[in-house]
Design a protein around this ligand. Structure first.
Ligand code: LU0
Ligand code: CA
Ligand code: CA
Ligand code: CA
Ligand code: ZN
Length: 421
């Protein structure tokens, strides 16, 4: 194991240099004729978190993880360097061919539309329309505002659901955020589902009414609208993860707690886990953080609990992500135990696997670490459906799964709302 890590460290440096050469414009390398420029691979033997951190840290794009297998997108140089480091890689396919294939080879109705067959996913314009309709139809339950604007100047919508939504009541506030990662479109549907359930269901369902009456539910359905729109541009899925600032910043590596500390992000702008030039350099994470900061009223943070939705792997994750240790500065063993207890309780309702975030792989600058360390918010990541996926299926499940896979989290959402009390 140590040998493998030592090897990979050397290989990763070499790989970085090779990658830089391989990505210089126009000059095709001979090996790209047989090895895809962006190949999808299953890494078979990344069984512990240290090994998964090594793989993630090598600069490949980790798509999903389950039961000791990672699905990654790698350049030829990255694949070579991982193999040189002792990992077994099975090639699943060519990422770009799979993207084209998944989009059906169908040209979409136009730009900024989901590919044919996936129209039930909401584009940014459709989402905006849906949120406005919710506010219009349920003026007594919902107010639409924003936490700020994206790099390309899109509104970062915030919808508040409560009885008396225009008044700041003294009730636990609970935050749901979605779509930090552009291609994780199912999460936007998750947030929209939360919005619709608590508004449309209010009149009929006593349990929903009770939660809405006694909580203030805050939902940001897309934290990364620029990336999400880019991902569906040109009539086919782009496999895009980051925001659209320069080469793109991974928003979930840009948060200000232990930013860039621990090998859980990259300082290379081309990397899929690029952390940005400084903490909160991305306007999207900055706007959301400023909003959360603004919920400190009379020295007390009003937001008590939070879920940030991602796809995929069907996991419930809790902080810290930057360290293997269960505890750490600002996290006592009693607090770690509470995360574990609530996390397990949530996972029982949806069948996801509960674990500390770093049990997956080390991440630094993630939203959960910041929410907890700065504000003591009980902050989870849900990695939604599917549990595993061959290549791209994971990020682009057909729109038919939206109702089932969003409703699957109803009980978890209710449980967290109650736990916030
Ligand atoms: O940001 C990520 O890498 C997440 C996992 C962390 C929240 C621990 N996985 S994702 O990018 O595949 N959604
Ligand atoms: Ca369909
Ligand atoms: Ca309040
Ligand atoms: Ca109330
Ligand atoms: Zn994600």
């Amino acid at each position: 194991m140590l040998t493998r890590r030592a090897l990979i460290a050397v290989a990763a440096i070499a790989g970085g240099a090779l990658l830089a050469a391989a990505t210089s414009p126009v000059t095709a390398q001979p090996q790209t004729e047989t090895v895809p420029e962006r190949g999808v691979y299953t890494v078979l033997d990344a069984e512990d978190a240290a090994e998964r951190t090594t793989v993630a840290g090598s600069g490949v794009d980790v798509l999903g993880s389950r039961d000791g297998e990672l699905t990654v997108v790698a350049s030829p140089a990255q694949a070579r360097s991982l193999r040189a480091g002792g990992f077994s890689l099975e090639q699943v396919g060519d990422f770009d061919a799979m993207l084209a294939d998944r989009s059906g080879g169908r040209s979409a109705q136009g730009v900024d539309e989901f590919p044919a067959g996936d129209e039930n996913y909401h584009t940014y314009a459709e989402l905006t329309e849906e949120l406005k309709a919710t506010e219009r139809d349920h003026a007594d339950l919902a107010t639409l505002s924003s936490v700020g604007r994206s790099h390309e100047d899109r509104e970062l919508h915030l919808i508040k659901i409560s009885d008396n939504p225009d008044i700041d009541e003294d009730e636990p506030e609970v935050l749901f955020t979605c779509n930090q990662h552009a291609r994780e479109h199912l999460t936007t549907e998750m947030c929209l589902h939360i919005v619709q359930r608590f508004t449309d269901g209010y009149a009929e369902d006593a349990a929903i009414k009770k939660l809405v009456d006694t909580r203030e539910i805050l939902v940001v359905p897309t934290v990364n609208p620029d990336g999400a729109e880019y991902d569906i541009s040109e009539g086919q899925y782009q496999g895009w993860r980051k925001n659209r600032q320069n080469e793109g910043t991974d928003l979930n590596r840009n948060w200000g707690h232990q930013w860039g500390c621990c090998g859980g992000s990259s300082d290379r702008p081309s990397s899929e886990t690029y952390r940005g030039p400084s903490a909160f350099s991305a306007p999207e994470s900055k706007a959301l953080a400023d909003f959360v900061d603004s919920r400190v009223v009379g020295e007390s943070q009003q937001i008590k609990a939070h879920i940030d939705f991602h796809t995929y792997s069907e996991l419930v994750l809790w902080p810290y992500g930057y360290t293997d240790a269960d505890t750490g500065p600002g996290m006592t063993s009693a607090e770690a135990q509470r995360f574990q207890d609530v996390g397990k309780q949530l996972a029982q309702t949806n069948g996801y696997q509960p674990q500390q975030s770093s049990d997956l792989y080390i991440t630094d600058g993630s939203v959960n670490d910041w929410m907890w360390a700065e504000h003591k918010i009980l902050s989870f990541t849900f990695e939604m459906y599917p549990s595993d996926g061959i290549g791209l299926d994971g990020f682009y499940p057909p729109d038919e799964v939206i109702p089932r896979e969003t409703a699957r989290n109803d009980e978890a959402v209710d449980t967290l709302l109650r736990a916030a009390g």
